[in-house]
Design a protein around this ligand. Structure first.
Ligand code: FAD
Length: 322
């Protein structure tokens, strides 16, 4: 494929999420000779973020700043992105398979009566043939999809397609487009967040996840310490969330977050199919469980059979020595 690909960047707390850069790499993969146009919606000064997209491989960037784009709403972002699509006439549009990507792309694809390939974890290019690899049946199998016709949206799962090296010497035009984002029926006035627990779970390279075997909220404390020494985030099974050991925002699995870190350490988690659906594509899986027959060992690269209350402190101690 060669042509123009629009990459929608995602801004969180004033910075671009990593998946925005991964989306540029995905676009480059399918369109090495074509043009990659970045798009950033938000409020205030967006030019530095546009320049960062260029440094990660975009040829140029369009920004749309409006007070109604301060926080994501599908109506507001929908209007802004539709206006840029009408002006830029891209051949494909890519963004992260994030909460925003999952909400926005089907809506716009249906408005434009066009296709959508969602949640790609890899892109295989063979000559002119581009195949999008995506997990199905909760990650038990993969299917490969091709585009057969016209404009297509596609979303990529965070942490799967490596972003290009940042090149601070790269330059490209970053221009603002004025869009009158009006008639929004829902406006988010303020977002009240829980106190941050550190690294964002969906973009973490290392996740230490606890299950019902951790036995209490108190039992999660060493897991936080292990995550901290590894520079990672803490996740949980639904068993642990249901037992009120931790917040549901940490839940990983079919009805929780889907994660693909470089390292996933499952602590006191049995490995129910619904949990595996959210983490089995992690690059390296380490399981700590006292039951040698636990299902989690079937997907683990490394298994430690033993009592987590002994093993986790030992791991922390050893890693601190490194
Ligand atoms: P358990 O299955 O109770 O396992 C606890 C493990 O800890 C055991 O293997 C035990 O050997 C080990 N253990 C105990 N003590 C120790 C110790 N001292 N040291 C070491 N190991 C120890 N689950 C999810 O996780 N995510 C989902 O998104 C999800 N969605 C679901 C959706 C549906 C529709 C349904 C029906 C279920 C869903 N579940 C989900 C629940 C899932 O089926 C399991 O019940 C849940 O994952 C079990 O959590 P667990 O592994 O922490 O607990």
């Amino acid at each position: 494929m060669s042509g123009k690909i629009l990459v929608i960047g995602e801004v969180k707390d004033g910075a671009l999420r990593n998946v925005s850069f991964e989306a540029i790499a995905a676009a480059k993969k399918i369109n090495p000779d074509g043009e990659i146009v970045g798009l950033i919606c938000g409020n205030g000064e967006l030019t530095p973020l546009g320049e960062e997209m260029v440094q990660y491989g975009a040829d140029r960037v369009v920004t749309v700043a409006h007070e109604n784009l301060q926080n994501y709403t599908s109506e507001g972002y929908g209007q802004a992105v539709m206006a840029v699509i009408a002006e830029q006439a891209p051949d494909a549009i890519v963004m992260g398979h994030t909460a925003i990507g999952k909400d926005l792309t089907p809506k716009l694809a249906s408005k434009l009566n066009t296709g959508l390939i969602s949640d790609a974890v890899d892109i295989e290019v063979d000559g002119d043939q581009v195949q999008f690899v995506r997990p199905i049946y909760s990650g038990k199998a993969f299917e490969k999809k091709i585009i057969t016709d016209g404009l297509t949206f596609f979303t990529i799962r965070p942490n799967n397609i490596a972003s290009l090296e940042k090149d601070t010497s790269r330059t490209g035009d970053v221009g603002e487009k004025t869009v009158d984002v009006a008639d929004i029926r829902t406006i988010i006035k303020d977002v009240v967040r829980k106190a941050s627990e550190g690294v964002d779970l969906s973009e973490a390279n290392v996740i230490v996840a606890g299950g019902r075997g951790v036995k209490s909220a108190e039992g999660f404390k060493p897991l936080y310490e292990l995550a901290e020494v590894l520079g990672g985030a803490v996740g949980a099974s639904r068993g642990a969330c249901d037992a009120e050991y931790c917040d549901y925002s940490l839940q990983i699995g079919q009805t929780g977050k889907v994660v693909t870190p470089d390292l996933y350490i499952a602590v006191g988690i049995s490995g129910a199919i619904q949990h595996l659906a959210g983490m089995s594509n992690s690059k390296v899986i380490v399981a700590i469980n006292k039951d040698p027959e636990a299902t989690i060992f079937h997907v683990a690269d490394y298994g430690i059979v033993g009592d987590l209350f002994e093993i986790v402190p030992l791991l922390i101690e050893e890693i601190k020595k490194l």
